[in-house]
Design a protein around this ligand. Structure first.
Ligand code: IBG
Length: 255
């Protein structure tokens, strides 16, 4: 869509974007971001966007964020054709409006060489990522569950983390003795696993107690300069989902 200066100003006023650039009066498309930075459209919370934020941060890519704060913000994106399946996350990058979390992550990981050196490494990375995604999915939905099932689900998360997922990564590190999960080089799998470890520790601080190699892995990956920066206060990393965020989401989706 080509906007003129007036319409662009209007979208600036209604979209809660952190930054916006007056490009429209030069006839450029609004899918291009003149700053060159990807623009992330989502709620001001973790949800499905947080792993995307992690991946960009790990790759050292600066990004802007447009927060959906009320129902109309989402409706606007839905009505202006920005969302292929009427859903967020949506990321404006390289002149595209990407949706579907996995597709977005795949694009970023491939673009920034975080997918391994060949097809086989990529397959291994994909398997590791899908495992951590499953664990993170369980944790992500916890705050949205009714109080009476929360305790049971929390116990299930810890059980799955310590008996199904973490043993796989501990063994991988033990078997090859290298610093990273795949190919002795930082990949998407490492970034995703660190995010999952920190989320699991928010559920149970000593969840890594039986996994010495994962403890060392956590220290190593956390110290990579781009990731270290993302872990520091004031970064675009979002805090754990709290009741306030749950209330915003419930209001927007009428649930
Ligand atoms: N398969 C899609 C993806 O992976 O991107 C699913 C996206 C999705 O479910 N998006 C939700 C949405 O836009 C918001 S994230 N729904 C609008 C609609 O009409 O379907 C919801 C979510 C939150 C926190 I918030 C945890 C998990 C999910």
């Amino acid at each position: 869509m080509i906007l003129n200066r007036t319409t662009l100003k209007a979208s600036l006023d209604t979209q809660n974007c952190k930054t916006y650039i007056f490009i429209a009066d030069r006839g450029e498309s609004d899918t291009g971001n003149m700053s060159g930075k990807p623009k992330l459209h989502y709620f001001n919370g973790r949800g499905r966007m947080e792993p995307i934020r992690w991946l960009l941060a790990a790759a050292g890519v600066e990004f802007d964020e447009c927060f959906i704060e009320k129902k109309e913000d989402l409706t606007k994106l839905q009505n202006d054709g920005s969302l292929l399946f009427q859903q967020v996350p949506m990321v404006e990058i390289d002149g595209m409006k990407l949706v579907q979390t996995r597709a977005i992550m795949n694009y970023i990981a491939t673009k920034y060489n975080l997918c391994g050196k060949d097809l086989k490494e990529r397959a291994l990375i994909d398997m590791y990522v899908e495992g951590t995604t499953d664990l993170m999915g369980m944790i992500m939905y916890l705050p949205f569950q009714p109080a009476d099932t929360k305790e049971k689900n929390l116990a299930l998360i810890i059980e799955r983390a310590t008996t199904r997922y973490f043993p796989v990564y501990e063994k991988a590190l033990k078997d090859h003795g290298q610093d990273y999960l795949v190919g002795n080089k930082l990949s998407w799998a490492d970034v995703h696993l660190l995010e999952a470890i920190l989320m699991a520790e928010e559920c149970k601080p000593d969840v890594l107690s039986a996994f010495p190699l994962l403890q060392a892995f956590k220290g190593r990956i956390s110290n990579i300069p781009t990731i270290k920066k993302f872990l520091q206060p004031g970064s675009q990393r979002k805090p754990p989902t709290d009741e306030k965020f749950v209330a915003v989401v419930r209001k927007i989706f009428n649930i």
